[in-house]
Each structure stands twice: as C-alpha cells, then as structure tokens.
Design a protein around this ligand. Structure first.
Ligand code: FE2
Length: 253
C-alpha cells in the first residue's frame, strides 16, 4: 500500500521530533503493509516548507531507512495549505512547491480550520490546477467543521475536479463521532477519494489496513478495492521512472 499523507520526516514540522520516533513510525507502517509513503510536511503560513527544504530531508531519511534495514520507500511531497488563492497561484507558478512525489501529477491541498480563511474562489483554484494537468487532493474534509456544516462547499470543489482524502483515524472514530460520520458520508457521495493516515508519530497513526477493513465492512469490498486501486494508480504515476525499492536500498546501504 501507499500512504499519500504522512508527516513521517523527523524534526521538520509537527511530526516525529526524533529519528528514533520516526523510524518507529516507519516500522509500524511496514508491519501494516505499507511499502511507499509520500512525506507530506506542512506548507502553511507558519511552517512553510518548500521543495528546496524538503528534498534533502527525504534523501537523508531514505538513507536512514536503508541503514536501519526498514523496507519502506519515502517519496517527497507536502501538505500545502490554501489560505490565499493569489499567493498559492504565485508560488505554484514560481515552481517552489513540493507536490506529491515531486511530480506534476497530484498535489495535496489543505484548507484552514477557520472558515474565514476559506478562499471564496477555491473552486476556481481547483479548476486552475486541473487545467495544468494536475489532480488536487483535498486533505481530510471530514475533519473541517465548515465542510460538515456546508457540504456544498466541498461539493463545489469536487465538481471543479478535486479528489478528497479521508483520514483513517476519522473512520475508526479517533477524531470523534462527527468526523467519523462525515468521513463515511463523503466516501459515499464522492467517488474520487483516497484513504491516508495523516500520521504524525507512532501514537497518532492507525495505519491504512484498519481503514480499508473499515470500508470493506461498512461500504463493501468493491469500494475498498476501488480506493486501494486508485491509490495504487497514484503510486505508479509517482514512481513511473524510479528504480526499484531494493535498488534504492542497496544504494543507501
Ligand atoms: Fe497532515
């Protein structure tokens, strides 16, 4: 499996504070059946990590994984918060963002928890990103109170071409009954979805297998397979010309 939203890098944002904690999280991911993770440190107004910040951390971290004998591949990425569409567009065009896999295929977007910072032209921004042949993925809408209270806000983004990312911890109830209920509802109403962990450390991570099991139980095996296959297609597009994982680890070793 691939986890497309994970704060696995040590000491760069509010993820693991030490390499030890980060490697513990990596071992948990492997035990869960995850083989590839896109590291998605924050890129918001307070922690504004860009490609030049992220790539060296990812390279160093893959070397640590190889040295520790942990069979996990970490690809670069970031969770980019949209708090001002004009600022987003400018930085996008300056090509400073680290999109998923450091590719121009999929990008992980987050909106502020404060509805007053939800740009009124967000749907237009989604169309603008799609017109650049990229798929914007909206992180954990089920956890945002304004998407729960006004589902049309999310519907407009989806209609404009956004995918949604539902967090496993929401589905299994770790963010409360509302996030759980809306996680299920959004998975029912929005086809183009993926599951991810949004893990921040070994305590805030339930893996992915628990999420796919939950979906299989509540929404059926076809939906679970659909989510798994969509994530796999993303993985293939992010790794289309990369050498295999064992080769990467041999180099690291
Ligand atoms: Fe996140």
């Amino acid at each position: 499996m691939i986890d497309l939203h994970c704060h696995i890098l040590p000491g760069v944002d509010d993820g693991p504070t030490s390499l030890y904690e980060s490697l513990k999280l990596a071992r948990f991911c492997v035990a869960d059946g995850i083989t590839v993770v896109t590291a998605t440190p924050h890129c918001h107004s307070l922690i504004h990590l860009l490609r030049t910040d992220i790539l060296p951390h990812v390279a160093a971290y893959n070397r640590e994984l190889g040295a520790a004998g942990i069979p996990l591949t970490v690809l670069p990425g970031s969770e980019i918060q949209v708090y001002d569409s004009a600022v987003y567009r400018r930085e996008f065009e300056e090509d400073v963002f680290c999109h998923l896999g450091n590719r121009r295929t999929h990008t992980l977007l987050e909106f502020s928890w404060d509805v007053d910072k939800f740009p009124s032209d967000s749907a237009g921004l989604i169309e603008w990103i799609r017109s650049r042949d990229m798929v914007p993925i909206v992180a954990h809408p089920e956890r945002h109170h304004f998407f729960r209270e006004r589902p049309m806000l999310l519907q407009r983004l989806v209609d404009a071409g956004a995918w949604i990312q539902i967090t496993v911890d929401s589905l299994i109830g770790n963010f409360g009954p509302e996030a759980k209920a809306f996680g299920e509802q959004f998975l029912r109403t929005h086809h183009e979805a993926i599951l991810a962990s949004d893990a921040h450390n070994s305590k805030r991570c339930s893996g992915l297998s628990a999420g796919y099991s939950w979906v299989r139980e509540h929404l059926g095996s076809d939906r679970s397979r659909d989510l798994l296959e969509r994530a796999e297609r993303v993985r293939m597009s992010l790794m289309s010309d990369q050498v295999s994982m064992p080769s990467l680890q041999a180099k690291a070793g």
